[in-house]
Design a protein around this ligand. Structure first.
Ligand SMILES: C[S@@+](CC[C@H](N)C(=O)[O-])C[C@H]1O[C@@H](n2cnc3c(N)ncnc32)[C@H](O)[C@@H]1O
Length: 300
C-alpha cells in the first residue's frame, strides 16, 4: 500500500524549494514529500532522505529511482542528524522536513504489529537491528505503573489504569492465563476486556490509543524529536526553513515550544502563528490528515 503524503501543497509553500537548492527529509518514508521537493529543485538540487526503518529506505529507493543522481538515502535516526551530515558531506541546506510517526505502509504491510487489525507479533520497532525494546517486552516485563503512564501520556487514553491492570492480571496465573502476551490480537482482547462496552462502539477503535502509546515508547519518538530540533536549526543556512508535521498533541507541543523559544532567542522567525491543518477534502481522501498539524519557521 502506498502512503499518501499529508499537507503536500502546504509543505511546498512552507519549504519553498527552488532550482538547485538542497533539502533534507528527516522522515523520507516512501518519498511522497521528497518527490515533490525534488521536482522543484532540479537540475542540481540534492535531497538527503533519512529513515530509521531500513524497509522504508528500500521502498523509497525503488519509488524515486528517476531521481537517483540527486537523492541520497541514509538508514539512521534523525536524532543523529549532525553526524549523518558530517558523514555524507551535505551542506548549504535550504530546508528540513519532519513528517512524524509512522506511514500507512508500516501500519498495513510491514508485519511488525503496528496495527490492531492484523494478528501479528507485538514488535513495533522501526529498526529491529538497533533497538532491543519491543512492544512485547513492555507489556510482559514492565511494571504496572510504567505501563499505565505511557498509555496515559503517549496514548492520552482515559482507561489507561484499567488497561494496565488487565495486562498485569493476564500475566499472573491466578488472575489470567499466566502466559506471555505475544500478539496484537491477544492485546486487543485484553484492552476490550478492560474497557466498558460503550467504548467498543466509539468512532475511534478502542485499541488505537494503547497501540499509539506502545509505538511511541518502543521507538523513543518524543526523545528523538527533542534531540533533532536543535540540530536542525544549527545545520540550516540563514534563510533556510524548518517544517514539522505532527500527529499527536505531545509532539506538537514539543515543536511549538521549541520554535517559540528559538524565536525569543532571535534565532528564527515562526511563519505559522497557528499550526496549519488539512482542508476538509484532504480529510476525505486521507484519514491520516485529520490529526496533522504543520508548523514552519525560517532561520534568521
Ligand atoms: C509519516 S512517515 C513519512 C512519510 C513520508 N513523508 C512520505 O511522504 O512518504 C514517517 C517516517 O518516519 C520514520 N521515522 C520514525 N522515527 C524516525 C527517526 N527517529 N528517524 C528517522 N526516521 C524515523 C518512519 O519509519 C516513517 O517511515
Amino acid at each position: 500500500m502506498k502512503h499518501i503524503p499529508v499537507l503536500t501543497k502546504e509543505v511546498l509553500e512552507a519549504l519553498n524549494p527552488k532550482p538547485n537548492e538542497n533539502f533534507i527529509d528527516c522522515t523520507v518514508g516512501q518519498g511522497g514529500h521528497a518527490k515533490l521537493i525534488l521536482e522543484k529543485t532540479g537540475p542540481n538540487g540534492k535531497l538527503l532522505g533519512i529513515d530509521l526503518d531500513p524497509e522504508q529506505i528500500k521502498n523509497c529507493k525503488e519509488l524515486l529511482k528517476v531521481f537517483e543522481n540527486r537523492l541520497f538515502l541514509v538508514n539512521d535516526s534523525y536524532a543523529n542528524l549532525e553526524d549523518i551530515l558530517k558523514n555524507n558531506n551535505f551542506e548549504k541546506i535550504s530546508g528540513v522536513l519532519l513528517d512524524l510517526g509512522m506511514s500507512s505502509w508500516q501500519l498495513e504491510e510491514s508485519g511488525k504489529g503496528f496495527s490492531f487489525q492484523a494478528d501479528q507479533p507485538l514488535d513495533m520497532r522501526y529498526d529491529q537491528k538497533r533497538n532491543d525494546l519491543t512492544a512485547e517486552i513492555i507489556v510482559n516485563e514492565w511494571l504496572e505503573e510504567k505501563i499505565e503512564k505511557i498509555i496515559s501520556e503517549y496514548g492520552e487514553e482515559k482507561f489507561s489504569r484499567k488497561i494496565a491492570k488487565k495486562i498485569i492480571d493476564q500475566r499472573n496465573p491466578s488472575t489470567g492465563s499466566g502466559q506471555r502476551i505475544k500478539t496484537t490480537f491477544e492485546l486487543v482482547e485484553i484492552i476490550k476486556d478492560a474497557t466498558p462496552s460503550f467504548y467498543w462502539h466509539s468512532k475511534i477503535h478502542y485499541a488505537t490509543r494503547t497501540f499509539q502509546a506502545l509505538r511511541i515508547a518502543v521507538n523513543g519518538e518524543l526523545d528523538s524529536l527533542q534531540k533533532a530540533l536543535p540540530q536542525i536549526i544549527s545545520i540550516l543556512r540563514p534563510g533556510g526553513r524548518i517544517a514539522v508535521i505532527s500527529f499527536h498533541s505531545l509532539e506538537d507541543r514539543i515543536a511549538k515550544q521549541f520554535l517559540r523559544n528559538k524565536e525569543k532567542e532571535g534565532l528564527l522567525k515562526i511563519l505559522t502563528k497557528k499550526p496549519v491543518i488539512a482542508l476538509d477534502n484532504e480529510h476525505r481522501d486521507n484519514p491520516r490528515a485529520r490529526s496533522a498539524k504543520l508548523r514552519v519557521a525560517i532561520k534568521l
